[in-house]
Design a protein around this ligand. Structure first.
Ligand code: BGC
Length: 463
């Protein structure tokens, strides 16, 4: 009996790991461009606008992919969505590597983006549907952790390949983990919830008995799935008819816009460039600097995992915003005082590292956690699709404007702008974002639908 329990635990962990592999590709694909961009720009003689297009094409595809995934995952299920995503990851990476010109490169980045959009919708959904209740939060954090590990791996591989300026290899090598994802996903079971929603209850039961420890758990979960399926997903109708649901959809969008406006991806995509502006002019210094940025991103995610359920969401987010506002202001100051050499360069790099740590311990994982907690069951698919698409659109907008901002406002003022935004978020969190620690999703839903202020929807209802 015990041996069987251990075997099942192993099965669920393997399934969780394979599902989270999609997070790794998320990270690899977002991270890989930062080291490759300068070589691509030199090879194809790209203007700043074209460079922004190469970076932004991925997010454009991802926004489209996330919309597509909302619909696709309903019809063909989460597993086949991930299979399609893995295929597109392989095709997109190879096309990037072999591209004869920048136009095809932009097209290939859109294909990769579609894969990313599909995966960033389907993987967390799959994980939350397959994970036992007790470790659901941990599974979403595992997914975020793998995103950060993917970014780090991309930075390391870019750095090693930068000695040869081998940008085609940097982009092409991502096809290998993509192929692993494809092989892994092929053996994954289908989501029991999706099977049940398609009236394939027997198969749902068979999957559950592979991954739950006792017969009772299987029966209870099948019943729960049955009950929740009685509440039909009616996202768009609910959105038109119910102003309370519009509030939670708006809150999800706000959270994602705030996450992106911290400036995280600017720092990640343009890390070598920023480190260069700070006075480290050698390419190898810039590349190894980005590796350290990626490493801090991974390590600080562990802080979030440790404190989010103890401190709660609001204090963690506020602390993160204070750290991010302070470090962006420091970076702006160093650049505006023209201190970008000697000591100043080290302070600037330190500011970037502190900024990344502030993000990874707060807004990084918390945005995704909160977005999955605040939507009422009836409109959860719709609400999460809208917030995921918002993430990618905001991401694209910021990546596509960064270099232009730098050349019009100047580097120092650009970072000052991000410092102001992060300061504003301290107040937004304080005034609007709810504390959802240790509150059941049902209670959050009841509070929202009873018209409570957004900030209070995580409060126990009757006090
Ligand atoms: C964000 C991504 C970002 C990543 C960095 C995620 O939570 O949504 O845009 O690149 O964190 O670790």
């Amino acid at each position: 009996m015990e041996a069987q329990g251990t075997h099942k635990k192993k099965t669920i962990l393997t399934i969780g790991f394979l599902g989270a592999l999609a997070g790794l590709l998320f990270g690899l694909d977002t991270g890989v461009i930062s080291g490759a961009l300068q070589f691509i720009a030199a090879d194809f003689s790209l203007s700043e606008t074209m460079q922004e297009r190469v970076v932004g094409a991925l997010m454009l595809g991802a926004a489209g992919g996330a919309v597509l995934a909302g619909w696709l995952s309903y019809y063909i299920g989460r597993k086949y969505c991930l299979i399609i995503a893995a295929f597109l990851f392989i095709a997109g990476s190879l096309l990037c590597a072999l591209t004869p010109n920048v136009e095809i490169l932009v097209g290939a980045r859109i294909v990769l983006g579609i894969a990313l959009g599909i995966a960033s919708y389907a993987a967390p959904l799959y994980l939350s549907e397959i994970a036992p209740e007790k470790i659901r939060g941990a599974m979403i954090s595992l997914y975020q952790l793998l995103i950060t590990i993917g970014i780090l791996a991309a930075f390391v591989s870019d750095t090693l390949l930068s000695y040869w300026g081998a940008w085609r290899w940097m982009l092409g090598i991502v096809a290998i983990p993509a192929a692993l994802l494809l092989l892994g996903v092929l053996v994954l079971p289908r989501s029991p919830r999706w099977l049940a929603s398609k009236n394939r209850k027997e198969e749902a039961g068979q999957v559950l008995s592979r991954i739950r420890e006792t017969r009772e758990e299987v029966v209870r979960e099948l019943e729960e799935i049955d009950n929740s399926l009685k509440i039909r997903q009616s996202g768009w109708r609910l959105f038109r008819e119910n102003s309370n649901f519009r509030r939670s959809v708006g809150l999800g969008m706000l959270l994602q816009i705030m996450q992106q406006c911290t400036g995280i991806n600017i720092v990640l995509y343009y890390a070598p460039k920023i480190i260069g502006m700070a006075g480290f002019t050698m390419v190898s210094q810039q590349m190894w600097g980005s590796v350290v940025v990626g490493l801090v991103n991974v390590l600080a995610t562990f802080i979030a995992i440790g404190v989010v359920d103890r401190w709660g969401r609001r204090p963690t987010l506020i602390s993160g915003s204070v750290i991010m506002a302070g470090s962006m202001a420091l970076l702006g100051t160093v650049l505006s005082l023209n201190m970008a050499n000697g000591m100043g360069a080290y302070i600037a790099v330190l500011a970037i590292l502190v900024f990344i740590a502030g993000f990874a311990m707060s807004s990084g994982p918390l945005t995704w956690i909160l977005c999955s907690e605040i939507q009422p069951l009836k409109g959860r698919d719709f609400g999460i699709t809208v917030s995921t698409v918002t993430n990618w659109l905001a991401n694209m907008f910021l990546a596509a404007t960064f270099l232009t901002l730098i050349s019009t406002l100047g580097a120092a003022n650009t970072f000052w702008l991000y410092a102001v935004l992060n300061t504003a978020f301290i107040f937004v969190v304080f005034l609007i974002i709810p504390e959802t620690k240790e509150i059941s999703l049902e209670k959050i839903e009841a509070n929202l639908m009873a018209g409570k202020k957004l900030r209070d929807i995580g409060q126990p209802r009757y006090r």
